[in-house]
Design a protein around this ligand. Structure first.
Ligand code: PRX
Length: 635
């Protein structure tokens, strides 16, 4: 029996028991057998959730790129590491072998070195899904620089906030990006962002769309000529197990985004282990995750997890609807994809297009299907199961978070019987708990509560960059000695988990985490706006969409409301990005508030959900009269 690759249900239970009874031993065996280390650890785990402080494999020395690239060179050097599928299918795919990946990453690391990047420096990466993005991430890891990838759909303001928060010295970007039929001026966005970022002294620019852009003398450098001149070997910088590998920002319910910090060793071990098991990856398989590397899913399950297993991973630049809605299935057929991992939002959007766009394609290569990022509804689950998996490919509904670094609760295909809308069972090493409102763990099955994790796992984020107190307050203060996920969940009669959604002010729209506060801040910047509140409401495709209640300074404002709505959404696009735009904007006379002045979002949420019959007692509000007015004018 190998505890690295589980193949049936009894084995899962056996491995799970071991992992919980002797977690240190469990992870030590995996770390020992499946990775290369420059020096082994002195201690497997030390932890204290009250500080909070967690260390895995302390004393060990390694470089993750030696595990993701170098060690494969002798055994699978000519094997394709990355299949790059461009936005426009006519451009043709690129197959990048492990040997080529090695060369490209080494050259890139030399370029970073020449530009003065050293171990520990922060490098911000703002690139589309092109091979340079993978090279950049791995080159940072090779040189020991901490990468902070910012999704290239974020606005210049959002980018500037993230660059400044971690004091990035360098930005890596491209002249622009292709997105379906559109192009986006990424370099222009970077230029705008950098007006507010004094710490950045160099910008590397990849050429992608061949647009005319302005290059700032002394600061901006075309990437390709530098790569062409660079030496194709670079000795990996040796890192301590707990050195930061990367920062990835995620929205909080309040304040600025949280830079989650992931460590080298624990993250490597866990992302690789979970990739192998959750996708049941075999040596010849072709695996495709449709996420963007700008999100954690792309970090763990396009780059690090697959490459650490010597897998072939597809990187897709485009969108599911271009040149038509059959694009995903055309790619599956073209590259004979065996494991396919996507978001429920994409499934819902594609299901809407009917089977005409699916049927022309041969999907028989598929063995495992996955979903991530938000709850999957039953209808979408069945559509995926029936029409894409043809009822023979198990669906892994994987629950996890930017903070967890890797998949936490998920079926193991061919072992765990799946159940629509259930993420099912915790992976080995993961000890979930459901908590009640009084802070007690709820035992037994057929119960629901707040989802916590009671024991550390190797890839948990170690802190929030520059703000350990916020890390403690957000994740370790709600329940004593527990990591609190922010999600609600239920456990059914056999112990399967179903994630029911956020219990805080984070709203998941199309699988993207959006905090209400930054969006409200953006709206409130509009000169006509007095105040605003955002809630989520169910949406057929996006899962949730945003409903904004906005009170104008001059309630009799004579300006056209539709124009105001456009201006508000424009502001949100500028401050955050188009993903945070509001679906509905209702202008209100006021917002319902408690006597202490707190906005009662619960009431607004119910109105947005059209559940106005049971609003509860509103008489204790500071301004109960506004509620009826909001109901009467609800959109
Ligand atoms: O609410 C959960 C939801 O997405 C949140 C994490 O978002 P993010 O950090 O952006 O990471 C997304 C990709 C890992 C969670 O707190 N979520 C994620 N996966 C699922 C899910 N909700 C239900 N089912 C899932 N499978």
């Amino acid at each position: 029996m190998s505890n690295y690759h589980i193949k049936h249900l009894e084995e899962y239970y056996q491995v799970y028991r071991q992992s919980v009874q002797k977690p240190e031993l469990f992870w030590e065996e995996i770390a020992e057998e499946h990775f290369v280390w420059r020096k082994k650890w002195d201690r497997i785990l030390s932890w204290d959730f009250s500080k909070p402080e967690v260390k895995w494999f302390e004393g060990a020395k390694l470089n993750i790129t030696e595990n993701c690239i170098d060690r494969h060179l002798h055994v699978r050097g000519d094997k394709t590491a990355i299949i790059f599928e461009p936005n426009n299918p006519d451009e043709g795919a690129q197959h990048i072998s492990y040997k080529e990946l090695h060369q490209n990453v080494c050259k890139f690391a030399n370029v970073l070195y020449d530009k003065g990047i050293k171990k520990g420096d922060r490098v911000c990466i703002y690139l589309p899904m092109i091979p340079e993005l993978a090279y950049a991430v791995l080159a940072c890891a090779r040189i020991g620089a901490v990468h902070s990838v910012v999704f290239a759909g974020f606005s210049s303001t959002a980018l500037a906030t993230r660059i400044n928060d971690c004091d990035a010295k360098m930005v890596i970007t491209s002249d622009g990006s292709f997105r379906g039929a559109k192009t986006i001026d990424l370099k222009g966005i970077v230029d705008e962002a950098l007006e507010d970022c004094n710490g950045v002294d160099s910008v590397l620019v990849a050429k992608r769309i061949h647009s005319d852009i302005v290059m700032k003398d002394g600061r901006d450098h075309w990437l390709q000529p530098l790569l062409d001149d660079a030496y194709n070997e670079f000795t990996a910088v040796i890192m301590d197990a707990e050195d930061p590998l990367f920062i990835l920002y995620t929205s909080g319910s309040t304040g600025k985004p949280k830079g989650m910090v992931h460590s080298c060793a624990g993250y490597m071990v866990y992302s690789a282990y979970t990739f192998k098991n959750v996708f049941q990856y075999k040596e010849e398989d072709v695996y495709w995750c449709t996420a963007d590397i700008g999100w954690i899913t792309g970090h763990s399950y396009i780059v690090y997890g697959p490459l650490a297993n010597g897998a072939t991973t597809v990187m897709f630049e485009g969108v599911p609807s271009y040149p038509d809605f059959g694009r995903f299935w055309q790619i599956v057929e073209k590259h004979k994809v065996n494991q396919f991992y996507t978001a429920p939002t994409a499934i819902r959007a594609l299901a809407k297009e009917g089977l005409e766009v699916v049927e022309p394609y041969d999907l028989s290569s598929l063995k495992v299907l996955g979903t991530v990022g938000e709850p999957i509804n039953e209808e979408a689950w069945h559509w995926y199961n029936d029409n894409i998996g043809k009822k023979k490919s198990p669906i892994v509904d994987t629950w996890w978070q930017t903070e967890t670094g890797g998949i936490m609760i998920s079926p193991i295909p061919f072992s765990t019987p799946t159940k629509p809308t259930y993420a099912t069972l915790p992976l080995p090493g993961i000890q979930p708990a459901l908590m009640d409102g009084e802070g007690n763990e709820i035992s037994g099955n057929q119960v629901s509560g707040r989802l916590c994790i009671k024991f550390p796992w190797p890839s948990m984020a170690r802190t929030i960059w520059g703000n350990h107190q916020r890390y403690k307050d957000t994740y370790f203060s709600a329940f004593k000695n527990m990591y609190f996920t922010g999600d609600g969940a239920l456990r059914d009669e056999v112990g399967y988990y179903r994630i029911t959604g956020r219990v805080d002010d984070v709203i998941i729209v199309s699988g993207h985490n959006l905090g209400t506060a930054p969006i409200e801040d953006a709206i409130n910047e509009h000169p006509a706006v007095a105040e605003s509140a955002i809630v989520g409401f169910p949406h057929d495709i996006k899962g949730n969409a945003l409903y904004g209640y906005v009170t104008l300074k001059d309630v009799g404002e004579s300006r056209n409301h539709d124009n105001l709505r456009k201006e508000i959404n424009q502001l949100i696009t500028e401050r955050i990005g188009p993903i945070a735009k509001l679906e509905k904007i209702q202008f209100t006379l006021g917002l319902p508030k408690t006597r202490s002045g707190k906005i009662m979002r619960r009431i607004l949420r119910k109105i947005a959900h059209n559940e106005v019959s049971n609003l509860g007692d509103t008489s204790t509000l500071l301004n109960p009269e506004v509620v009826q007015n909001i109901i009467d004018n609800a959109l």
